[in-house]
Design a protein around this ligand. Structure first.
Ligand code: ADE
Ligand code: ZN
Length: 337
C-alpha cells in the first residue's frame, strides 16, 4: 500500500486550467527582466514572493499583469512555456490545455504572432521531447471591451490550426459573460471550442450566462454554482466539467480554509470536477501540490483521485481515441498502485 502523496505523484494526470503567464516563476521573471532591460518594482526574488499575498482576484491580477511586462520576445514565451512543461514532466502530467492572454501582450506592443509562435514552438518540443500532448486556448480579458475582444478574435483566425478554443478570464465581478455573447457566437462559428471563467468570485448567474449565452464546453472554476440547486442539477445533467483550482481558491480567498473547499461536495453531487493549478507560480504549487493539498484537507481516497484524473481526461479537448489511450493509462495505474 503506497501513501496518498506517492499515489498522486504516480497518477497520470491531465491539466485543463493553466494560464501560461501565471507559470512565470520569480527567478525567470528576474532573468527575463535583465535580458530585456525591463525595470521591475522589486529588488529581489524574495521581495517578489513577499508581494504574493492576495485578498481577492483583483489583488492578484494587478501583480500578474505587471509580471508579464518582462515577456517581450518569442524566445521569452518559449522559455516560459518550456519551464512549465518541465514541471508537467516532473508531476506526471501527460496532457495539458493552456490559456494565454494575448491582450496582455498586444496592448504592450508585443505582436500576437510573437506570443503564439513562442508558446507553440515550446509545446511542439514538449510533444516530441517529453511526450506531453497539449492544446492552446486563447482568453479574452473581460475587463476590456467587446470591441477589443472582436479585434483579438480577428487576429486569431489565421492561426486556427494552432488554437483549439477561446476562453474568458480576468476581473469577473461586473463583467458578466453576456457582455461577450456576440464575440463567442462568432468564435463558435469559426470552429473554436468555448470555455469561460465563471463562479470564481462572480455569482451563480454568471455560470448560467456562460452556459446559455456563451454555450461553453467547460466551466473554469464554477465554485459558486453550489449556491444554486437548479444550476447544480443542470451542470450534472449536462455532464459539464468544472476546472477547479484548489490552491488558487485558497490564495485568492475564494475559500477561507482548504478544509472548506467544495471539491468533495462537487463530486458527491455528481459534478464532473477536475483539479488544476491556474497560476502555479503565484499560488504556491503545480499539479501534484494541488492534488496533495486538497486530498489532505478533504481526506480524499484513491478512488476519488482516480475519478478526478478520469474526469480530466474525459473533459479534455482530445479526440476520442486519444482520450481512450489516456484512460487506459489511468486504469492500468489503478490496478497497479
Ligand atoms: N487570469 C489568470 N488567472 C485568473 C483567474 N484565476 N481568474 C480570472 N482570471 C485570471
Ligand atoms: Zn484561471
Amino acid at each position: 500500500m503506497i501513501n496518498i502523496d506517492s499515489f498522486i505523484e504516480g497518477l497520470p494526470k491531465v491539466e485543463l486550467h493553466l494560464h501560461i503567464e501565471g507559470s512565470l516563476e520569480p527567478e525567470l521573471m528576474f532573468a527575463l527582466a535583465q535580458r530585456n532591460h525591463v525595470n521591475l518594482p522589486f529588488k529581489s526574488v524574495a521581495e517578489v514572493k513577499k508581494a504574493y499575498n492576495f485578498s481577492n482576484l483583483q489583488d492578484f491580477l494587478d501583480i500578474y499583469y505587471q509580471g508579464m511586462s518582462v515577456l517581450l520576445k518569442e524566445q521569452d514565451f518559449y522559455d516560459l512555456t518550456w519551464a512549465y512543461l518541465e514541471r508537467c514532466k516532473a508531476d506526471n502530467v501527460l496532457h495539458t490545455e493552456i490559456f494565454f492572454d494575448p491582450q496582455g501582450h498586444t496592448e504592450r506592443g508585443v505582436a500576437f504572432e510573437t506570443v503564439l509562435n513562442g508558446i507553440a514552438r515550446a509545446l511542439d518540443g514538449g510533444q516530441k521531447k517529453l511526450g506531453i500532448s497539449s492544446k492552446i486556448i486563447m482568453c479574452f480579458l473581460r475587463h476590456l471591451s467587446e470591441d477589443d475582444a472582436f479585434k483579438t478574435l480577428e487576429e486569431a483566425i489565421p492561426y486556427k490550426d494552432k488554437i483549439t478554443g477561446v476562453g474568458l478570464d480576468s476581473s469577473e465581478k461586473g463583467h458578466p459573460p453576456s457582455k461577450f455573447e456576440r464575440v463567442f457566437a462568432r468564435a463558435r462559428k469559426e470552429g473554436f471550442l468555448i470555455v469561460a471563467h465563471a463562479g470564481e468570485e462572480g455569482p451563480p448567474e454568471y455560470v448560467w450566462e456562460a452556459l446559455d449565452h456563451l454555450k461553453v464546453d467547460r466551466i473554469d472554476h464554477g465554485n459558486r454554482s453550489l449556491e444554486d440547486e437548479k444550476l447544480v442539477t443542470r451542470l450534472a445533467g449536462e455532464d459539464m466539467a468544472l476546472t477547479v483550482c484548489p490552491l488558487s481558491n485558497l490564495k485568492l480567498c475564494v475559500v477561507k480554509d482548504m478544509k472548506n473547499h467544495p471539491l468533495k461536495k462537487m463530486l458527491s453531487l455528481g459534478l464532473k470536477a477536475t483539479v488544476n493549478s491556474d497560476d502555479p507560480a503565484y499560488f504556491g504549487g503545480y499539479m501534484n501540490d494541488n492534488y496533495k493539498a486538497v486530498a489532505r484537507a478533504l481526506g480524499l481516497e484513491k478512488e476519488d483521485l482516480l475519478t478526478l484524473a478520469r474526469n480530466s481526461v474525459a473533459a479534455s479537448f482530445l479526440a476520442d481515441a486519444e482520450k481512450e489511450a489516456l484512460l487506459r493509462k489511468v486504469n492500468a495505474y489503478a490496478t497497479r498502485a
